[in-house]
Design a protein around this ligand. Structure first.
Ligand SMILES: [Zn+2]
Length: 169
């Protein structure tokens, strides 16, 4: 199962469109965060997005370090956890989520993969079907459209990287 952590509603498409389009929806779980900074409207959008496309979904509530660590401990070696890259992402909440996964993964069995849409990340590439990606973003996140209307990097690029655990070196 592919598990995608979305710090904000829309990060699952902006950061992981290629994952969403590569796997069957029933093999994907999108995990969002129910924090005070995310309004009910945005929360409903990501939930509706998951229901519409048939993705499994769940939310992390309460203390993020505790809840996310507990979530990670339930995953096994057949699972891949996709998290924002703590080193190349710019938003502090992305860095926080990414850091919890990066440093906590050594005690867990799942595989980890990190994503970034920051063009300064050395592994970003051009998305093959940016129009389809943009359509997916427009359909459920039209409230954020002004972001990518003038800044096409949101749907033109993404990147995925695996960092080795110390014992894999
Ligand atoms: Zn975000």
């Amino acid at each position: 199962m592919q598990h995608i952590l979305a710090p904000h509603p829309d990060d699952e498409v902006i950061g992981c469109y290629d994952i969403l389009s590569q796997y069957n929806p029933e093999d994907i779980e999108i995990v969002y965060f129910n924090t005070s900074t995310i309004t009910n409207d945005r929360y409903n959008r990501i939930r509706d997005f998951c229901i519409y496309y048939g993705f499994k979904h769940g939310s992390i509530i309460g203390n993020i370090i505790e809840s996310l660590s507990k979530y990670m401990s339930r995953l096994d070696s057949s699972d891949v956890l996709h998290a924002p890259d703590p080193f190349h992402e710019l938003h502090p909440f992305h860095k926080k989520i990414g850091s919890i996964v990066y440093y906590g993964r050594n005690n867990c069995e799942m595989n980890t993969c990190f994503y970034s849409t920051n063009m300064n990340a050395p592994y970003t590439y051009e998305v093959k079907t940016p129009a389809s990606k943009k359509l997916m973003m427009d359909e459920f996140y039209d409230d954020q459209r002004s972001l990518w209307e003038y800044d096409h990097k949101y749907f033109l690029f993404e990147g995925h990287v695996r960092y080795l655990k110390p014992e894999e070196l």
